[in-house]
Structures are given as C-alpha cells and as structure tokens.
Design a protein around this ligand. Structure first.
Ligand code: XLS
Ligand code: NI
Ligand code: NI
Length: 435
C-alpha cells in the first residue's frame, strides 16, 4: 500500500533545477570538511509533528486528514502510521527519526498495557528499519501531555508521580535501546514552576538530578553506549523551566556530576525564546564540549511562543554552521526537524516541501560556512583581533602567570590603549558574499 502516491524519491538535481521536489544543495555524498553532508547532519524526522499532529490549535480542531488508518485498534493504527512514516522518510532520504514513546502508539490504560503496546510497535519498527536502513537518532518519553504531570514529572512535589514518570522513562529507554537508538533526550516540558509560593525549587532540582542519574545508570547497565541529551527551553509550558538555556543546563549538569554522560540538544526556537540566538546557544554548548544535537526549526519575530516553523533563514543557519564546523561537528546527534507545517498546509505534499526546504537550507548554510572558513579572510581577521595574547605579556596572562600588580605595572608602561575597531559590518559583508 502507498500512502503518498504520486511522490517519487526526492533526489539531488542541483541549484538550477526547477523541480520543487528535488534537492538543490543537499547532495548527500558531497564532501565538506572531509565528511559527506549526510554525516554532518544525520537528518531526522520528528515523529510527533509529522505523523501525529493534525494541526489543532487552541482555537480549533485539526485540519489535516492523514492517509493512514485510525479505525482499527491502537496497535493496528500505530502500524499503519508507521508504515506511512517509513515510506515518507525513505522517499525523502531521511536517515533517522526521533520519537516520544506515545508518538509510536497511544498510551495504554495501565503501564503494563503501555509496555505491551510499545513492544509490539518496536517489533514492527525493527522490521521496517531493517528493510529501509533508517535508524533512530533519539528516543524520549512524553512526560508533559498527560494530566498526571501537570505539576511536573521528575520535579513533581508528589513522589508517586515522580515514580510513575521514572517507570515511563524506563519503558522509553527500553524502546530506544531495542531500536538501537543512538541517543536519548530529556526535554523538561513541565519541569519547572508557575509560582515560588508553592514551590521548593532547591528540592525539585535535587530530585531532577537524582532522577537523571538513575535513568542514566539503568541504561548504562543495559549496555547503552549513546549520549543523553538535555534540551534547554526557557518557558512554555511552564512559566519558569529549570532547563532555561544552554548555560543554565551546563551549570546544572556540572553541579550534580552529570556532565560526563549528558550533552545538549539545542533547538533553534528555544534559543530565540530564551533571548539568545541559535548560534549563541550552539557556541555555549560547544565551549563546554557538550554540543550534541540540534532540533531544527524557527520561531516568529512578531510573537513569543514555540511556533516550530520549518527553518528558512539562510543567514542565521550559515552563522550556526560556522559554529558547527569550528566545533568539529555534533557529538553523537544530528539535525532533527522538530518543526510542523502550518495549520493551513493541508496537503500531504506539504510535508515533503517542508523537509526538502529544511534539508536544502542546512546544506546550503554548511557549504557557505565552509567557504567562509576556507576562502575568506574572516578566520584570519578574527584571530588577529586576539594577536596581543599570542606572545609576550599577553601570552603570560593567558597562562595565568601575571598578578594583578604586574598587570598594573604593565598598564602604566604604555598609557592609554590605542583604539581598535571591531569592524562588525565588514565581517557581516564577508559572510554575505558567500551565501
Ligand atoms: C518542545 C520540544 C519537544 C522536544 C522533545 O518544545 O521541542 O518537541 O524536542 O520532547
Ligand atoms: Ni525539540
Ligand atoms: Ni520546541
């Protein structure tokens, strides 16, 4: 059975192609910085947005009717959806997918029933993965949709809910490991608070750390070698989320001894919601050696929520790819399209346009960023700004060898420092020329 009739495999046709269902830049085997584009990105489909979200919003019902069955029992519906998902990913040349436990299948009435359903779905997924070669970039547990988590999951003030969340994470880890998932994500949807009046923040954070340690220990004991990622987000659904941004998460991981096993999954729209740029968040993660994975999407400059639109900003993505190339790439992760087509994009082909655009954009940005690094003066100019630390007293300062008194004596020796321009507009022009 075909779920997306009339749509063939999407192939690379080059920048001159007029075919909307072709790649202009994403030539998967093209080598950039010694690595094929497909390996730089490890593009992944977000199961939830593409196969579960029918376009409902707070003002109205879903608008998309899916071509797979929803008339049968949970398992047969889940299998039909999964068959369609693998057809979709195969046609697009997406090598990976990411899932929440209850994207694959509706949650059962009990934990035991949910476990049974997840086993059935992972069996089916293993067959499809085997025949297509598609892999799992990461799995995760949905610890935010069910009403039981309204006061948080790992940070819930009620131990019964914390324990229930732990049980769910165990099953999600089991499912991820059965599918040879390369990584596992924690996004703290409701790990945060609305009011300090009823919240013991210090205690909740300690519970979160213990929870993460136990999840990590369980997976490691089962032989899981992948990386755990925390996905920072500042707000929505909680007013204050504990994983506010990259710097906050890094501090938390270091404080609680989790920094060896956990890295970061940086989402574009979460970065902008936190008042930072995407490239800033990537750089902060990279500085700490924790740049693990990317959730690709974008927000909207005129409103302040997680609109999860497909990425389309070449300038932003090129700047981000500069950070990526300088960091030597993602550690374990890839580029997951955590994005949804708009509510009025109702044709199945719109899902293809969205992903083709996103994949092409990242490829184009990476190619441009590589040109900036290889054949523009930008890197040399940036190094030159710091040249005064390369030798003499500046180098001694970097090595920590100058006391404050020695710095004082040195400052007296030369008087007022000469003014040195930052040339920001020139740097911007250099980047622009390579787009
Ligand atoms: C929501 C998050 C979510 C995570 C996975 O804003 O981006 O989709 O990526 O739970
Ligand atoms: Ni995300
Ligand atoms: Ni998000």
């Amino acid at each position: 059975m075909t779920y997306f009739p009339g749509i063939d495999s999407i192939v690379y046709e080059g920048p001159e192609s007029d075919n909307p269902l072709a790649f202009r830049f994403y030539d998967r085997n093209r080598l950039i910085a010694g690595k094929p584009l497909s390996e730089h990105f490890k593009f992944a489909c977000a199961y939830w947005h593409t196969f579960c979200n029918s376009g409902g919003d707070p003002f109205g019902a879903g608008t998309r009717s899916f071509p797979w069955s929803s008339d049968g029992d949970a398992i047969s519906n889940g299998k039909s959806k999964m068959d369609a998902a693998f057809e979709f990913m195969s046609k697009l040349g997406l090598d990976y997918f990411c899932f929440h436990d209850y994207d694959l299948i509706d949650e059962g009435a009990t934990l035991v029933e949910s476990e049974h359903r997840l086993m059935a779905m992972t069996d089916h997924a293993r067959d499809l993965m085997h025949s297509t070669g598609i892999k799992v970039l990461w799995g995760t547990a949905n610890l935010f949709s069910h009403p039981r988590y309204m006061n948080g999951a790992a940070t819930n003030p009620d131990f019964q809910v914390v324990s229930r969340a732990a049980a769910q994470v165990k099953l999600a880890l089991d499912a991820t490991m059965r599918l040879d998932g390369e990584n596992y994500v924690f996004w703290g949807g409701r790990e945060g608070y609305m009011s300090l009046l009823n919240t013991d923040m210090k205690r909740e954070l300690a519970h979160l750390a213990t929870f993460l340690h136990k999840a990590k220990d369980y997976a490691r004991n089962q032989g899981f070698q992948g990386t755990f990622f925390i996905e920072p987000k500042p707000c929505e659904p909680s007013k204050h989320q504990y994983d506010y941004d990259a710097a906050t998460v890094i501090g938390f991981l270091q404080e609680y001894g989790l920094d060896k096993d956990f890295k970061l999954n940086i989402e574009v729209n979460h970065a902008t919601l936190s008042g930072h740029t995407f490239q800033h968040e990537l750089q902060v993660a990279s500085n700490a050696g924790m740049l693990g994975s990317i959730d690709a999407n974008r927000g909207d400059n005129q409103n302040g929520w997680d609109t999860d639109q497909f990425p389309n900003n070449l300038y932003e993505i090129t700047e981000a790819m500069l950070v990526l190339l300088r960091s030597g790439g993602l550690q374990g992760g890839g580029v997951n399209f955590d994005a949804k087509v708009r509510r009025n994009s109702t044709d199945p082909v719109d899902l293809f346009h969205a992903h083709v655009g996103g994949m092409d954009l990242f490829a184009r940005g990476l190619i441009a960023a590589d040109r900036v690094l290889q054949s523009s003066p930008l890197e040399a100019m940036r190094s030159e700004r710091y040249a005064s630390f390369d030798a003499g007293k500046g180098a001694a300062f970097e090595r920590g060898e100058l006391s404050l008194s020695e710095l004082h004596a040195h400052a007296i020796s030369f008087g007022e420092p000469a003014q040195r321009s930052g040339h920001q507009e020139l740097y911007e022009n250099i980047l622009n020329r390579q787009l």
